[in-house]
Write a protein that binds this ligand. Structure first.
Ligand SMILES: [Zn+2]
Ligand SMILES: [Zn+2]
Length: 268
């Protein structure tokens, strides 16, 4: 193993300090919830498990990276680590909305503290991801809409080429009959099979805006979640910088902000 790899592995081990820091704050928040007199037991249980999930997602993000032993970039492991980190960030957003319900000096302090510590942890992780990823630029997708077969079309991220959206004829999770299945970066949904003719004609014409408008009309005002109308481009979760927002502890919506800084609600 060469010197450069040793340095990277050492940096990964150093992430432990950031994770440890969050463990202390996890305990503080759980104790705070324990002492809230107006909180009923079942809500306390849920909130406490949210805090644990937040912390253990961060631990998992770290553990995945520690299994990189050969010093070789391992894209799958980096991807898994990112997913755990995104899960932790979404859970934190939920916990902060819970802390805000019973406002006090203590809750404000905890929000501030966990926010700062998680930001430091997040930045340290991303510095590692950047070290571990191959240095060459992403391969830009040649096509905006890829026809996989007569039954399926994929829309790749315009930055990294990863598949961000799938439209296909098939069965969604709860479908009893064949449907037009949409799978985006925030949700999966099934539409009437009869709509296939309209949609596939749009996709054949390489019309991303058309596909977005189709989803607006037949599904929800957010349209294709991975699509930035101002750029007329598709972005994956990472490159749309997507994050979930919570209100009083309940899921509210997901926002995305594309690399050009265009921000919009992508799921409600
Ligand atoms: Zn991407
Ligand atoms: Zn944009």
């Amino acid at each position: 193993m060469n010197r450069e790899n040793n340095i990277i592995l050492e940096k990964i081990l150093n992430l432990r300090d950031y994770v440890q820091n969050l463990e202390d704050i996890k305990e503080e928040i759980i104790n705070h919830f324990k002492n809230l007199k107006d909180l009923d037991d079942s809500t306390r249980k849920i909130w406490t498990s949210n805090v644990k999930e937040f912390f253990y997602s961060t631990v998992s993000a770290w553990e995945v990276l520690t299994t990189i032993t050969e010093g070789k970039p391992n894209l799958k492991k980096i991807d898994d680590s990112k997913s755990f980190l995104y899960a932790a960030r979404n859970r934190l957003s939920q916990i902060i909305s819970q802390l805000k319900i019973f406002q006090s000096r203590k809750s404000s302090l905890l929000i501030e503290k966990v926010g700062v510590s998680f930001k430091e942890c997040w930045d340290a992780f991303w510095s590692n991801f950047n070290d571990l990823l191959p240095k060459e630029e992403f391969v830009k997708p040649i096509e905006r809409i890829i026809k996989i077969s007569d039954l399926e079309y994929n829309l790749p991220c315009s930055v990294c080429s990863k598949t961000a959206v799938k439209f296909k004829i098939g069965y969604g999770r709860l479908d009893e009959k064949e449907s037009l299945v949409f799978r985006g970066i925030t949700l999966e949904t099934s539409l009437r099979i009869e709509l296939v003719n309209i949609l596939f004609k749009i996709l054949e014409e390489d019309d991303l805006l058309g596909a977005h408008n189709f989803m607006k009309k037949y599904h929800s005002p957010e349209g294709v979640d991975a699509y930035c109308p101002e750029c007329d481009k598709i972005y994956c979760w990472e490159h749309y910088n997507a994050w979930e927002e919570y209100d009083d502890g309940f899921y509210d919506c997901t926002y995305g902000e594309c690399p050009k800084g265009h921000k919009r609600m992508i799921d409600d």
